[in-house]
Design a protein around this ligand. Structure first.
Ligand code: ZN
Ligand code: ZN
Length: 302
């Protein structure tokens, strides 16, 4: 059950010298597009001096897409066979026990691909899993991926920029309205291939949707992440871009997290310092951690 009261927030004071960021978005090799074990990711997080790491394995179920799998012990399994969740939970919790003494907090999360109907097909075991964070991400518009060039361009050729905004932000708002999610992943992912296709106007696509979206985010206590992966892909800005981060803060959204979206251990913690500086410049005191689906403010330590 998701907690929606801001009174649930607790402040966590870190130890001086410890990196003030938890990387809340990483994919170990349970995801079919990722490499590296849970342990490999934790080792890299310790090496980077992070205070914590949250595993967010993909849970993709769109029937039009052939990616509804996870990998367990080298075997590809259907995500609908929820037995993998027991394995996942136990491996992440075991890592949490063994890395706690090394100053690393390990969180159990999941990145659910949101599309209408996604919540009805989740495996039963999903609801028995004690997640720290359930992130909702819209990857698909009209069943086409925004994160792969070929799919994104197919969609863009059919839609005006305004229509893209209506479809994408419509889905995102629905995602929030379900009341099911704690956090929105890579909020303006359409920019990855959309910047080149639509030009500069894409940078203000969010503006006519912001009011409606943030009203729902506040009503359902949903935060957003600053996803640093776009910097690694040569883009100028993280997701969402700084103008939108600032606008979200001005609209009263206070829960922000930082995530690398690493799909291999080498990218764990990538650009988290840069993201931290940016969110402070955009008016946030500090990023949040998530524990048992509650946002936990990381105290502002320098
Ligand atoms: Zn994603
Ligand atoms: Zn991801």
């Amino acid at each position: 059950m998701k907690h929606i009261s801001s009174l649930d927030r607790v402040v966590c004071f870190g130890r001086p010298g410890n990196h003030p960021v938890i990387d809340l978005h990483v994919h170990p090799d349970y995801s079919i597009d990722a490499k590296g074990s849970v342990e490999d990711f934790c080792l890299k997080a310790v090496e980077m001096g992070l205070r914590g790491i949250c595993f967010t394995t993909h849970l993709d179920t769109d029937p039009d897409y052939d990616d509804a799998y996870v990998v367990v012990n080298g075997k590809r399994l259907s995500v609908f066979d929820g037995r993998w969740l027991e394995n996942y939970e136990s491996e992440v919790r075991t890592a949490g026990d063994s890395f706690r003494d090394r100053g690393l907090q390990v969180r159990l999360g999941v990145e659910v691909d949101y599309y209408p109907g996604a919540l009805e097909v989740l495996p039963d075991q999903f609801h028995e899993t004690e997640f720290d964070l359930v992130m909702g991400s819209v990857h698909l518009v009209d069943h086409m991926q925004m994160s792969t060039e070929k799919d994104a361009l197919t969609t863009f050729r059919k839609l005006s920029l305004e229509e893209l905004g209506e479809r994408y932000y419509g889905l995102l708002t629905q995602c929030v309205e379900t009341g099911f999610f704690d956090l929105l992943g890579h909020l303006d992912i359409y920019r990855r291939y959309g910047e080149r296709f639509y030009g500069n106007e894409i940078h203000s696509l969010w503006s006519s949707h912001l009011k409606g979206l943030t009203a729902k985010m506040k009503a359902h206590a949903v935060g957003f992440e600053v996803n640093t992966s776009s910097w690694r892909k040569g883009m100028q800005e993280p997701m969402p871009e700084s103008s939108l981060i600032r606008a979200l803060r001005k609209s009263g959204i206070t829960t922000v997290t930082v995530g690398s979206d690493a799909h291999n251990p080498a990218d764990v913690g990538a650009d988290v310092d840069r993201a931290l500086d940016l969110i402070r410049n955009c008016g946030f005191d500090a990023p949040f951690d998530f524990l048992k689906r509650r946002p936990v403010m990381m105290a502002d330590i320098t």
